[in-house]
Design a protein around this ligand. Structure first.
Ligand SMILES: [Zn+2]
Length: 680
């Protein structure tokens, strides 16, 4: 508000109305007032007395967040830096393994700023400083030696699948948190906050089309930065198509742009509803094929529509169409890597060789975390063997600390050093050593190891790790363990690992499933879809049975356009429930083997998945046409009749459908009999 007497009067009036309506009284002693810096003392004083609020707020925090973010963002958020700094200082004294540090960093240090990040853009500069504090802690050694950052922070923030450790890039995470605010405003525009912001900043459009202007608040500016990221993943689901622009809006569930590839040229079509036949409420196939390239046309025809609804937004990168900070963060990281990979400074190293390496296999190894971390560092060639340390410009004697005869690099230490060779022989693995000795890099070595069978794989990895620990002891001036000691510790360790595994195996019991008939007076409908990803077409099938297992109806049909097996499953449910309604059934159980679909049908929330339109149609029929309609999930082995019918629809019927009453075609008869409870 402006600092004028009339604005003060108006605010007072609003507060009085609130007090009368709610019966609550505002405590003016606990209230404070804030002025912009150019407000004169005279005005300040008169405002304070007009509003009878005595306190002036100065760079205070309310509920843990800064009340106002001034020109210097750095100063406003300084407290976050201090907090992380002091937390990490507390950990310095503890001797923690890399695996332990990983947990502390992920669970504590990186979550300290999340609260502020959900409201403010902490700025790239500050986030980078925080990253540095954390990186320094990660690479700090317990021994006084050195503080080399063996890998860039950017590499550590890649997912474990891509060779990183899944640490957060704080700035990108910040943007992902802000995009959640934008998503909320987009999907719940009727909240009080949503209405106020809309009236103030975008009365005639939506948040996706709102541009930052001079003079807007820092919070709002921050949310708009989140909206930028949100746009990278938004997709429109088609209801009546009135609000979606054919050429500009993302609405095709395909690729990264989610837009048409057909060039517009002089085409007069503008909105999606123009592509829908007003009589049938279905796509106008002819019009679509005439105006768009075949790949666009086929994609459009696969989109389910529901003309009784408005179009609604969804998040493209989630199968259910729901936004999550995690998913938005992934999108931001992918975008960062694509941008930096292209600038040439990294000479393709970002996406080269290392990407094909199966990093995830490291984390799937059945060994303790510290061993995995060791393998990960070996693969990156980031173990502090002496040659590597010297390569980082540190003046150090590069002689192998074990044999004192050759330079120590990973090749020498693990495969050529005469003491290591002794161990390999002692474990009957000389032939394995011979295969590994000529590898040129960590990645190549580990790749070779992945090629061995599981038992050897584990033995090699555990040995390398024990050997590394023995080397570290010598490096720190302790006694060298004998080859016998090392080898027996490897065997002991492997035995322990196998014992754990056997116990886990015992606990997975084998269960048998069979189809169960419904209770009396209720009909059970099993349905299933079949989908062929190469032609992107499929089939549907269903069977209706009563409490004795008798077939009342069955059906099968072909699906010309489908985008996923889930869509085929949903079409199958739709066809079956239509048939049941036509037959006048009122109490039914819909049984399917697709868990995702079943929970979508059971839910009453907004469905933002790609098949949302279909889900709504089914939910409507469920409510309108049946007095009792439940959805249940079954194992695939209980759904064989429907599965077989769907297969028939996809591959035998080339178009159209067939419905069978009171009997089933010969080819599924045996399966129906097999489902009957009393036949052995
Ligand atoms: Zn040596």
């Amino acid at each position: 508000m402006r600092a004028t007497a009339s604005d003060a009067q108006e605010l007072k009036r609003i507060l009085e109305v609130y007090e009368r309506a709610s019966g609550q009284v505002i405590n003016r002693d606990k209230s404070s007032i804030m002025f912009s810096p150019n407000t004169s003392h005279q005005v300040r004083n008169s405002m304070v007395s007009d509003l009878s609020i005595g306190f002036e707020a100065r760079s205070e925090r309310y509920l843990g967040l800064p009340v106002s973010v001034g020109k210097s963002k750095k100063r406003s958020f300084e407290y976050i830096k201090k907090k992380i700094w002091s937390r990490i200082q507390g950990w310095q004294e503890k001797l923690l393994s890399k695996a332990g540090k990983e947990i502390l960093i992920k669970a504590v240090a990186q979550s300290i700023p999340t609260y502020a990040m959900s409201c403010f853009d902490l700025t790239k500069g500050l986030c980078e400083e925080l990253n540095m504090i954390i990186a320094r802690y990660w690479w700090s050694q317990q021994d006084k030696t050195n503080k080399i950052h063996w890998l860039s922070w950017k590499k550590l923030t890649r997912s474990k699948k891509k060779g990183g450790l899944g640490f957060r890039d704080l700035h990108l995470f910040n943007l992902a948190m802000l995009s959640r605010q934008a998503w909320r405003l987009l999907t719940s525009p009727n909240t009080l906050c949503g209405q106020v912001l809309k009236a103030r900043y975008f009365p005639n459009s939506d948040i996706l089309h709102c541009q930052p202007r001079a003079g807007i608040s820092y919070t709002w500016r921050s949310i708009l930065r989140g909206a930028e990221l949100l746009k990278e993943g938004i997709i429109w689901r088609i209801g009546n198509g009135e609000n979606v622009k054919i050429w500009e809006d993302p609405w095709l569930p395909r690729g990264s742009t989610r837009k048409l590839v057909t060039p517009r040229r002089s085409c007069l079509l503008t909105r999606v509803n123009e592509l829908i036949d007003p009589v049938t409420g279905e796509w106008d196939e002819q019009l679509i094929c005439d105006n768009f390239w075949p790949e666009d046309a086929a994609e459009i025809l696969r989109i389910p529509i529901n003309v009784h609804m408005e179009d609604w937004p969804a998040w493209h990168f989630d199968p259910k169409g729901l936004f999550s900070v995690k998913s938005a963060y992934k999108v931001a990281v992918t975008r960062r890597d694509a941008l930096t990979g292209r600038d040439g400074s990294t000479s393709g190293n970002v996406n080269g060789g290392g990407d094909e390496f199966k990093w995830h296999k490291i984390w799937q190894l059945k060994v303790p975390n510290k061993v995995k971390m060791f393998v990960w560092r070996l693969a990156h060639n980031s173990l502090p063997v002496r040659r590597n340390v010297a390569n980082r410009g540190i003046n150090i004697d590069t002689m192998c600390p074990v044999c004192r005869r050759f330079d120590e690099d990973c090749g020498h230490l693990f495969f050529k050093c005469k003491f290591a060779k002794l161990c390999w022989r002692l474990m009957n693995m000389e032939h394995i050593r011979a295969e590994l000795v000529n590898c040129q890099s960590g990645v190549e070595t580990i790749n070779k190891i992945w090629g061995f069978d599981r038992h050897i794989q584990l033995k090699v990895i555990v040995f390398l790790w024990r050997w590394w620990s023995a080397r570290n002891k010598v490096n720190e001036g302790e006694r060298m363990q004998s080859a016998n000691e090392i080898c027996s510790s490897v065997c002991y360790f492997l035995m322990e690992v196998q014992k754990l595994e056997r116990n886990a195996m015992k606990q997975t019991a084998v269960a048998r499933y069979s189809w169960k008939p419904p209770p009396a007076d209720i009909y059970k409908i099993n349905s299933d879809g079949s989908f062929d990803p190469s032609s992107r077409s499929g089939g549907w099938g269903f069977v209706v049975r009563d409490s004795s297992g008798e077939v009342l109806a069955a059906g099968a049909g072909n699906i010309t356009y489908a985008a996923s097996s889930l869509q085929a499953e949903a079409i199958a449910v739709y066809k079956s429930i239509l048939q049941a309604a036509r037959l006048g059934m009122t109490r039914i159980i819909l049984e399917m083997d697709a868990t995702v679909l079943a929970s979508a049908l059971k839910s009453c929330c907004v469905d933002r998945s790609a098949i949302g339109g279909l889900v709504y149609q089914i939910r409507d029929i469920m409510c309108d046409d049946f007095s009792c309609c439940t959805v249940s999930v079954c194992n695939r082995s209980c759904n064989k009749v429907a599965d077989c019918l769907a297969f028939y629809g996809a591959y035998v019927l080339f178009s159209g459908s067939e419905v069978f009453m009171n009997q089933v075609p010969d080819y599924v008869k045996d399966i129906v009999l097999g489902d009957l409870p009393n036949i052995v």
